[in-house]
Design a protein around this ligand. Structure first.
Ligand code: KQY
Length: 375
């Protein structure tokens, strides 16, 4: 066990596992102490000097901050700009990273029944490393989880598994939802079998049942993160992105996920109720949008005409609000109504997030909840 003394608190890197120590990852819809985000700035991923994306990140932070404290990590160069664009109630902290996907680079927090909270620090390889990864280098991203854990005074488990937070969802009652396309992808943990990956998920998330879906959302550059495809909205209830268009390649993907979800049981033996949320109509990158990007070797190039992995599932469930992406008037309203029915205690706030989608993700990907410790 390595230890670091911060004031009167000693922060430890633990050699045990969360499950062995009685910790579990709570569901996102359980109570939070706060939320972390990172500030977008790299000009090869965020067009026009990242200015349009920064405005959207600020709107997301402002919406979440109505119900819980929000912290935003930002580079030294962007500190003053971020401070000026973010509401005063949002804490701005200097913290370097390679990009702004804290769902994937931040810690996964776990809690126990004694009111303690700890952090799981996964290995990160920029969604596939040197074979299929999205950029190089990613050394600062690898350090994000540890830095946030220290700021939050959380002891840390260093998990021996390449995993991004967007690749898992849990119900807080022993069940984890994930996809084969991502977690079994040879560009993540080629030396581990499915059974070994399952046992690491059990050990580090404190779950006993893994539900595997097949592929993620069509053309999702993360290799099919679950957080675009499906999520728990309550124990025993899953929301799934959906389309009725049989000619859309997403149709088959969603149908197969639905069929699997209808067959499985969760950790407590319950059958799952699946709530279909119709996807937005297909969205494509425009030439004007790609023209605003810097070209850089080692970064996945974006091409005009490419379809983006738009889904309403990539929302954030805050203490008082649910912050959802808006794309097109035709579909937004139905999705908002469906989410309002699924989260009756929360105000639904929609934020137009095309600028985040252009970077390859959405609201869930740019946020990371800190669960409230519970006794
Ligand atoms: O899906 C997510 N959790 C993150 C998307 C990252 C995209 C990087 N360009």
């Amino acid at each position: 066990m390595l230890a670091l003394r911060v004031g009167r608190i000693t922060l430890r890197t633990l050699k045990s596992t969360p499950a062995r120590d009685g910790f579990r990852m709570p569901a996102e819809f359980e109570r939070h102490s706060g939320c972390w985000m990172l500030w977008p700035e790299r000009c090869d991923n965020w067009r026009d000097g990242a200015k349009p994306a920064q405005r959207v990140f600020a709107a997301v932070a402002a919406a979440i901050a109505t119900g819980e404290p929000v912290s935003v990590g930002v580079s030294a160069q962007q500190y003053q700009n971020a401070r000026a664009l973010l509401p005063e109630r949002v804490r701005v902290v200097e913290l370097s990273s390679n990009d702004a996907w804290v769902r994937d680079t931040g810690p996964t927090f776990v809690v126990d029944s004694r009111g303690r909270r700890r952090a799981v620090d996964w290995r990160f390889n920029a969604w596939g490393g040197l074979s299929g990864g999205l950029y190089f280098p990613w050394d600062r991203d690898q350090e994000v989880a540890r830095k946030i854990a220290e700021i939050e005074s959380a002891d840390r488990y260093a998990a021996p598994l390449v995993l991004e937070g967007g690749a898992i969802h849990v119900d807080g009652q022993g069940t984890c939802l994930t996809t084969e396309e991502c977690l079994l992808n040879p560009n993540r943990n080629p030396h581990l079998s499915r059974a070994q990956i399952e046992s690491l998920l059990q050990a580090y998330l404190g779950v006993s049942r893994i539900i595997w879906l097949g592929r993620g959302v069509y053309l999702d550059e993360t290799d099919g993160h679950i957080d675009e495809l499906a999520c728990f909205v309550a124990p025993g209830h899953v929301a799934l992105t959906w389309t009725e268009d049989r000619d859309d390649p997403q149709y088959e993907i969603s149908l197969e996920a639905w069929q699997r979800l209808r067959k499985v049981r969760d950790a407590r033996g319950r059958a799952l109720t699946v709530h279909k949320i119709h996807q937005p109509d297909p969205l494509f990158i425009t030439a004007a949008e790609t023209a605003g990007l810097d070209q850089r070797e080692g970064t996945l190039p974006r091409r005009a005409g490419d379809r983006m992995p738009a889904s309403y599932i990539n929302f954030y469930v805050g203490n008082r609000v649910l912050v959802m992406p808006l794309y097109d008037k035709r579909r937004d309203r139905a999705a908002a109504r469906a989410l309002a029915r699924l989260f009756p205690g929360r105000r639904i706030i929609g934020v137009p997030t095309r600028e985040v989608l252009l970077g390859g993700g959405n609201i869930h990907c740019i946020t990371q909840q800190i669960p409230a410790p519970r006794r």
